[in-house]
Each structure stands twice: as C-alpha cells, then as structure tokens.
Design a protein around this ligand. Structure first.
Ligand SMILES: Cc1cc2nc3c(=O)[nH]c(=O)nc-3n(C[C@H](O)[C@H](O)[C@H](O)COP(=O)(O)O)c2cc1C
Length: 210
C-alpha cells in the first residue's frame, strides 16, 4: 500500500526549489534503479548524462522552451539512446555475461547470434534508435518510481529540441541521441501543481477484463 501513496505523492513538478540539493547517495540509488531496469535482450542501448555545469543547463533550458525545471532542479539527468549497435558492442555484452555468470563464451554463441540478427532486422538507423528509445522510456518509468519512493521530486520531460541538446552536450561525438530529460530535486512551496488532484481515467474504464 505504501507505494501507492508514494505514487500519489509524485507529480510532474513544474517549479523546483533551487536552494535544495538531493544528497549524492540518494542520486546514486536513483541511478542504480535506472541501471536495474529491464531492457530488451538486456542490451541496455542507453546512457544517462548527469549534466553538472550550470552554463550548460542554462543553454539546455533555452533548447527546452525555457522550462525552469532544467536549471532550478538539483540535478538534470538526460536519457540518451546509445546508437552503437556494432557487432563489437554486442560482443562486449556477451563477454560481460560470460564473466559475470562464469559461463564459457562458447555457450553464448547462439545468444550473440540472435542479438546480431535482431539488430540487423531493424532495417535502418531510425528503427534502431526507435527500438532503443523504448528502452529509455521504460528506464524513465523506473526512475520516476524510484524518485517517488525516495520522496524526491521529478519532472519527466520530452519538451526539448533533441538536435539542440545534442549540440550543446556534443553528443554526436559519443554516438548518443537525447530522448528524455529528468530534472530531480525538491518542489517549491509555491508550485500550485502539487495541490491539484490527479486526472486519471477511472480504473473501471482503464482495465478491460475479458
Ligand atoms: C514522456 C513524458 C514527457 C513529458 N514532458 C513534459 C515536459 O516536457 N514538461 C512538463 O512540464 N511535463 C512533461 N510531462 C509531464 C506530464 O504532463 C504529466 O506527467 C501528466 O500531465 C500527468 O501528471 P502527473 O505526472 O503530475 O500525474 C511529461 C510526461 C511524460 C511521461
């Protein structure tokens, strides 16, 4: 039951208290939760950027329709698609499984083949980025829940111009493409949205029992 109360407490924070900082150990737990998220094939085709320099956050705010959360939250996390789908990257993943689970690499040849096939079947860069972006959205969901359980406020954001954010953070060099942002911190007392009732489709309409 406790987690339902936490989920009710969470809301998309419009105004953060810029004087409050989330303690580093809590940030690390939220990032660990992100890393524990399920991804298709376990491939984790994503990276999260913790944007610390304030001058970069100012620039990103301009690329985000001037949304104040970008600069006023304690931390700004940018979820990116890692667009490296090379066979080398797949092989690194296979090596990690082998080491972590103490399995002979030969036992994983079939799985490696399946991943490479899956990626090849995603016909072009767009399809691959779309597939990876879905994993970023699942990760966002985990992070929103983790924040709520930690009583840390957050605002999921896709309201920004990805190409501009990419340029500001020089993401192309890293083969990354930004898909989501998550400012986290503490709500400002004057953020009126915290007092609004949640607007949701009633469960009786949302769930279809067949
Ligand atoms: C993927 C995604 C993108 C969103 N983008 C923005 C955004 O750019 N700016 C913003 O203020 N809210 C954004 N929101 C917040 C939604 O408007 C909000 O979650 C929704 O209205 C439900 O309200 P609640 O989260 O307070 O319950 C986004 C939410 C999601 C899930």
């Amino acid at each position: 039951m406790e987690y339902i109360n936490s989920l009710k407490w969470r809301y998309a924070t419009k105004k953060f208290d810029a004087t409050k900082t989330v303690p580093e150990e809590i940030v690390q737990r939220i990032l660990s939760a992100a890393n524990l998220t399920a991804t298709s094939l376990g491939f984790q085709p994503i990276k999260i950027i913790n944007v610390r320099p304030s001058h970069l956050r100012e620039k990103i705010r301009s690329a985000s329709f001037n949304q104040s959360q970008v600069t006023d939250a304690s931390h700004l996390l940018v979820l990116c698609v890692d667009a490296n789908f090379s066979t080398e990257r797949v092989n690194q993943y296979i090596q990690r499984i082998s080491t972590t689970r103490n399995l002979p690499i030969e036992n994983l040849a079939g799985f490696e083949n399946s991943i490479n096939k899956w990626i090849t079947n995603l016909k072009d860069d767009n399809s691959r980025v779309n597939w990876a972006a879905k994993q970023a959205y699942i990760t966002l969901g985990t992070m929103l829940t983790a924040c709520a359980l930690e009583q840390v406020d957050s605002c999921p954001m896709e309201g920004f111009v990805p190409e501009q954010v990419s340029e500001i953070l020089e993401l192309q060099k890293l083969n990354l493409f930004p898909v989501l942002m998550l400012p986290i911190g503490y709500r400002a007392a004057e953020d009126a949205n915290q007092n609004l009732p949640k607007v949701r489709v009633p469960l009786s309409e949302y769930i279809i029992n067949i």
